[in-house]
Design a protein around this ligand. Structure first.
Ligand SMILES: NC(=O)c1ccc[n+]([C@@H]2O[C@H](COP(=O)([O-])OP(=O)(O)OC[C@H]3O[C@@H](n4cnc5c(N)ncnc54)[C@H](OP(=O)(O)O)[C@@H]3O)[C@@H](O)[C@H]2O)c1
Length: 305
């Protein structure tokens, strides 16, 4: 099969389209004929070597953590799917390939409302939004939430899920992302390039940090006592959290069909949608990663075979 892989850390030029062996599904795995995968910032951090202390990898390495496609073969212990099913799922890596094996526990049938490209684009955001808002925050109706990076792929889904759960949502974004998050239901919109959010909001129940750095540091005093700061990009400072009387936590979202199924119900009731910024051929994976690195997309780049 054809796959994009790399043999050393580096810039996007290390990504090469090569011929590799087709994987064979283990007992609980599905062999998927990949139609679409997407570029996640994780793929870029992983390829550059920025993650090597936390996520060691073995070369050659096939990147990619989300997929939509058709089940071609099932492992002996698979119970939830049959050959021919159209599914979307997450994986630890390996989806920039014509075929990939994924654990059935991370897969869900694609709902009628989604195109196969949208399904791939939603796999990581739906899992992550559930991990943040339902699993960790246990978000309640009427709670006040600030989402940093609400105009990104994960941010726009966190925003819509938070609204569907009845929260009052403030989102930060820039450029055309401002109009987008407003159209997705944000109660307040802050331009992070021209406004200082720390002067505009207070008494928050929850900060969702999809940005890190100074943005996270400036957020602790904005959370009311007993509230939460949850980050998926930078481990929070426990001492700062203690000083402000709040709970702070880093979340590494683990893929699960239960999370996708929860999100699917919101997609089916038109409460969640995703923006696909561009669809490109897998052979242009390097160029696609560079476009994501450049920012300003407000949506996913989908790779097709
Ligand atoms: N831990 C986990 O389980 C997990 C899971 C998924 C994703 N992640 C991480 O979460 C992050 C977001 O992922 P993504 O797929 O949503 O990326 P993305 O689509 O590239 O979105 C990033 C967004 O952040 C915005 N942004 C940049 N600087 C900002 C600032 N100072 N204030 C507010 N917004 C700012 C960008 O807006 P502009 O383009 O307008 O600058 C962009 O909309 C990535 O770092 C990713 O690796 C972690």
């Amino acid at each position: 099969m054809k796959a994009i892989q790399f043999n050393s850390y580096g810039d996007s030029s290390v990504l090469q389209l090569q011929e590799v062996a087709t994987p064979v599904p283990k007992a609980h795995e599905l062999l998927i004929h990949v139609v679409a995968t997407t570029i996640n910032p994780f793929d870029i951090k992983n390829r550059s070597g920025a993650m090597k202390a936390f996520v060691p990898i073995t070369f050659p390495y096939i990147p990619g953590t989300d997929v939509s496609g058709m089940v071609l073969e099932i492992g002996a212990a698979v119970t939830r799917f049959k050959v021919g099913d159209l599914i979307f799922a997450t994986a630890s890596h390996g989806t920039y390939a014509e075929y990939v094996c994924i654990n059935e526990e991370t897969a869900s049938l694609i709902p009628d409302q989604l195109s196969i490209n949208e399904a791939a684009a939603l796999a990581v955001p739906l899992n992550t939004a559930y991990s943040i808002l339902v699993e960790s925050a246990k978000l309640q109706p009427g709670e006040k939430v600030l989402i940093h990076g609400a105009g990104g792929a994960v941010g726009m889904v966190v925003l819509q899920m938070a609204k569907a759960l009845g929260a009052d949502v403030i989102g930060t974004a820039s450029g055309k992302g401002l109009e987008l998050i407003s159209s997705l239901g944000a109660n307040e919109v802050i331009d992070y390039k021209t406004q200082d959010f720390s002067e505009l909001v207070k008494d928050l129940d929850l900060v969702v940090d999809l940005v890190g750095g100074e943005t996270q540091l400036k957020s602790y005093p904005l959370v009311k006592k007993g509230g939460k700061l949850l980050s998926i990009v930078m481990p929070p400072d426990d001492e700062l959290a203690l000083n402000h009387g709040i709970t702070a936590q880093f979340i590494n979202s683990v893929g699960s069909h239960k999370k996708l199924d929860f999100g699917k119900r919101l997609v089916e009731s038109n409460k969640i949608r995703i923006e696909v910024a561009k669809v490109m051929n897998i052979a242009r994976a390097a160029e696609a990663q560079d476009l994501v690195s450049a920012g300003g997309l407000n949506g996913k780049i989908v790779l097709n075979f």
